[in-house]
Design a protein around this ligand. Sequence first.
Ligand SMILES: [Zn+2]
Ligand SMILES: [Zn+2]
Length: 272
Amino acid sequence: MGKHEAHKRIHDHTLANEDSVLTEERHNSNWLAEKVISFSKRRGDNLTRRQNAAILRYRTDSIFNLSKADAHRTDEEVLATYKILFDDLFFFGSLFPKCKTFLTYPSGRKKLLHGYTNCDEEFKLKWEFPFLQKHLEAEITVCRSNEKRRRERLRNYLGTLLHEMIHAFLGIWGCRYKGCYNTWQRQGVRGHGHAWQDMAAAVEIAAADRDLLGLELDLGRLKNLAVDIVYEKRGLPLSEELEKWDMRREDVARICNEVEKQSLVTKLFGYR
Ligand SMILES: [Zn+2]
Ligand SMILES: [Zn+2]
């Protein structure tokens, strides 16, 4: 790890109107979270051009329809289309084409992990040297589930996808310098620190908003918080954090109990 470089900030106007304005590993995770949150709250006239175009596609193209009637669209096609939608709505279009998505059957240990923890995805960063230039890329793997009901199955995949896209976004653009990275206020030990939780709450609420997508997704926010509390000595959330994340203290305690009772697999591999 080299010398720490000053964090870059970008004006809202630039983020809203220009492409490719972020720099790999050069932004404070909290600043990135702040921008994602504020853009996720835009509605009506305040939507960016990119967001507007995305919503228009969402409202007119049947590929976004999760019902049985559109079962001729493969899960891969739907996932790929939603990835671009989420990217345009929440991540300034900054993840395309840096972020690849795969839908696969889990094997080996991952099968075990899947069976025990409902953890159905993994994420990794890949380094490439095409022109002796460092390029960060994210590969998101969403594990196939046996859920027969199309809407339920796709909703699970989309929750996982959005969860992982937040990791990809922070992983690619966030400063990875030690003190800037793994503190709880930022990305935390397993990547679900405040920056992740803040963004996850905001995009989950925005996706559910009928004025935006009207799509209820579960990003696994509670479960991941509980894993951090039980296995990583993360402190219990403060009242203002619970409020910000739209969580109830008793739910956090209940999920912590469930996590504690689960097999060691959870401890070893965790939720991603
Ligand atoms: Zn830094
Ligand atoms: Zn995660």
